[in-house]
Design a binder for this molecule. Structure first.
Ligand code: ADP
Ligand code: VHF
Length: 375
């Protein structure tokens, strides 16, 4: 099997604050990716830059702030972006394909399977899939908001061997170097500590969106999927190859040894919870510290209208999120058995198994850890 690499290029590397694509940069990155492909690797590109490329063309003076204006700018800019990539890759004899995705394309299993099959076929034909968020339909909760998470989800979906996030900064520093010149680069990250979340700041320029914080969030997704990640800067010919060989200008995030199963990845990161189950302290202990399944006895109440097979959030009586899991009971069944012994519960409702959430289909909130809101 050839090595499979996902490369994400941020707006800050492709465009300027005044708007418009930097075609020289597009040509440079196409050259770097072509070299990787020629060395025998399979390449997927996740690119930002549609909004930044398009906003001037439709008469906005600066990058728009309103969602519908961003969407309009992206619709114009995406065509420009693809045209630029098509030309730039054609110079190396490489065909590109446009793939626009939103979060439901990962959370809905059949859509995800279709996307994966299309991508597999493209790679087989040595076409480079060029992925961006489908900005026209991505609003509010379905919006990725930044392409860093999108690239990590895509890398997990295709079981990539590495994710390379290219940006305007040569890695993660101990503080945002734009504000703290004394900051030093962190060469390697094995564990995503709270400290890392604290030091990673927002976007550095008016065209970038997520900053390092969204790159840490991407690292969390990639590491849990077992995909090692690099964040850094590539400006010289051959530098991407160097980064792929482990000697790039940036920060390497190793993949966790105990990566989550495909099922748990779906539960933890891709699914959309349909309701909540409130549990008592005993159940909290059982789920978080003893690796047990959730039984009816520990349940206090259910919220929402969920069905067997749906993913639900589990919270304690103070409302703290404990994790997510696949429920084997409908909401009304959970309500009917809350607080009962397993024997009594099985007498009251007809369910396939006594566990309300089985431990193999449970992901604790320590893994789900929310990233603080963007600045
Ligand atoms: N701890 C940090 N280390 C490095 N860069 C940081 C840090 N905190 C915030 N940043 C900012 O993150 C920016 C890169 O993210 P962003 O602007 O979103 O770029 P992109 O468009 O490539 O996604 C850098 O320009 C930098 O100013
Ligand atoms: N889909 C948007 C993505 C914007 C975005 O995430 O930008 P970045 O922080 O540069 O990766 C676009 O193409 O403009």
């Amino acid at each position: 099997m050839p090595e499979r690499i996902v490369v994400k290029i941020g707006s800050s590397s492709l465009t300027s604050a005044e708007g418009g694509l930097n075609r020289e940069q597009v040509r440079f990155f196409a050259g770097e990716l072509a070299a990787l492909q020629q060395s025998g690797k399979q390449i997927l590109l996740v690119t930002s830059g549609a909004i930044a490329a398009g906003f001037r063309r439709i008469g906005y003076a600066a990058r728009p702030k309103l969602v519908h204006e961003k969407q309009a700018a992206a619709a114009v800019g995406q065509a420009l972006l693809m045209q630029a990539y098509q030309e730039a890759f054609a110079a190396h004899g490489i065909q590109v394909a446009q793939i626009l995705l939103t979060r439901p394309d990962f959370s809905d299993r059949s859509r995800a399977r279709n996307a994966r099959r299309t991508i597999e076929e493209l790679l087989k034909q040595r076409v480079v899939p060029v992925i961006n968020e489908n900005d026209t339909v991505a609003v509010n909760e379905i919006k990725f908001g930044d392409n860093d998470s999108l690239s990590a989800l895509a890398a997990n979906m295709v079981k990539a061997d590495g994710l390379f996030i290219l940006t305007d900064m040569d890695g993660l520093y101990t503080a945002d170097p734009r504000k703290s010149p004394e900051a030093v680069r962190i060469e390697r990250v094995d564990v995503l500590s709270d400290e890392l979340y604290r030091i990673a700041g927002g976007a550095g320029t008016s065209v970038g969106t997520g900053g390092m914080r969204s790159k840490i969030e991407a690292a969390r997704i990639a590491m849990q999927g077992g995909v090692p990640m690099f964040v850094g800067r590539v400006t010289e010919p051959g530098e991407l190859q160097q980064a792929a060989n482990g000697a790039g200008r940036g920060t390497y995030f190793t993949s966790s040894l105990h990566s989550l199963s495909a099922k748990k990845q779906w539960v933890g990161f891709l699914s959309v919870p349909q309701g909540r189950i409130v549990v008592d302290f005993g159940a909290e202990e059982a789920l978080l510290n003893k690796g047990r399944s959730l039984l009816p006895a520990g349940i206090t109440s259910a919220e929402g209208d969920f069905h067997p097979g749906d993913v639900v959030e589990v919270v304690n009586t103070d409302g703290r999120l404990l994790g997510r899991g696949v429920t084997h009971y409908a909401a009304w069944q959970v309500t009917a058995v809350a607080g009962l012994s397993s024997e009594e519960a099985m007498r009251r409702v007809e369910v396939a198994r006594v566990e309300v959430i089985h431990r193999d289909e449970w992901v604790a909130s320590t893994i789900l850890k929310e990233v603080p809101a963007h600045e």
